[in-house]
Design a protein around this ligand. Sequence first.
Ligand SMILES: *[C@@H]1O[C@H](CO)[C@@H](O)[C@H](O)[C@H]1NC(C)=O
Ligand SMILES: *[C@@H]1O[C@H](CO)[C@@H](O)[C@H](O)[C@H]1NC(C)=O
Length: 297
Amino acid sequence: MARSTAHIWMLLLPSLYLQVFSIPENSSCNPLFTTFPPGSVSHDSRTALFIPTAGVSSSGYKIPSSGGGVELFLRKPNSEIRTKDGVNNNIADGATLNGTYLTLYGRFTIEISGPRVPGVVTAVVLMAPEGDEIDIEILGGDPDHWQVYNLQPLGALILLTCSCKSNVFVPHASDKEPLYGVFGGIHPYDSAGDQPSTPDSVDAIHTYVIDWTAERIVWIVGDKTVRTLFRRDTVRNGQLHFPSHAARLQLGIWDASSPSGTAEWARGPIDWKIAPAQMTAHVKSVRIECLGMHAFG
Ligand SMILES: *[C@@H]1O[C@H](CO)[C@@H](O)[C@H](O)[C@H]1NC(C)=O
Ligand SMILES: *[C@@H]1O[C@H](CO)[C@@H](O)[C@H](O)[C@H]1NC(C)=O
C-alpha cells in the first residue's frame, strides 16, 4: 500500500513541478484605488466598482456624504429570534458588495473594521466563478479570548483581543468533499503594526492585504505578514489547490448564527439581547495593485 502510494507520488511530482514554475497564460489585473465616491456602489454596472448582491436593499449600505468609505450594515431581524441548540432561528441580513471585475493575481489592500460582536463576521473575499476563494474573515468573537472572557468578571477583555482568519478554498473535481479548514489559519492582532495607537481589535480600522501571485499568497495585517501560503504546499489528494482563476473582490458583513458549526466557529450565535440592533462594517478604502504578477517572468 505504502509502496504503491509512493510510486504515484513519484509519477506526480514532475508534473507538479512543471505546473509550479509555468507562467499563467492569462494574468489580468486592473489597478484601482477607491475611497468610495458617490456612484462607486450602485446597480448601474457602467459606473459601479461594486454592486450590492441580490437581496441587499439601498438601505443596506451607505456612502456617507462626508466621504471616506462605505458602511455595510447588519440589522436585527424584525421577527422574534429564538436561540436553541447554539443557533438562532432567524438570521440577520447583512450587506455584501460584489466587485464588478475579475482580477488574476495582484495585491489587494483593504482598510476595514467590523463590529466586535460574537457571531458577526466581516469578510474580505476574492471569489472566482470557478470556485477559487481567498478569504480574510474578521471575527467579532475570538475563540481563545472568549475563554478568557468567561473567566473574567469584566466582559471587556474580548473587546480588546479579537482575531482575523485567512482561508483558501479551491475545489478540485477529484475532491470527494470541500477541504474546509485545510488551508485555514487564525491570527491575532497583537502588535499588528498599523499605527501605534490602533487598538488590537476588529472594530478599529486595520489595513488587511492579500498579496496573490502565481507562486504564493501572503496575508498582511497592518505591516505584519501573518501568513504565507505557497502554491507547492497546496497539494492535497495529489492535486494542487492553489487559486489560479481570475476572481472578484467581495466585501461583506454577515450573521454567522446558523448552522451550528458556523455559529460555533464565529463564537455565535448573536445574542440580540445585548447586540446593537444595527451593526456596521466600515470599508475605508480599497487598493488593487498589479505587483508581483510576473514574479516568474
Ligand atoms: C484574460 O482574462 C480576462 C479576465 O478573465 C478576460 O477578460 C480577457 O479577455 C482574457 N484575455 C485573453 C487574451 O484571453
Ligand atoms: C457577482 O457578480 C457576478 C457577475 O455579475 C455574478 O455572476 C455573481 O453571481 C455575483 N455574486 C454574488 C454573490 O452576487
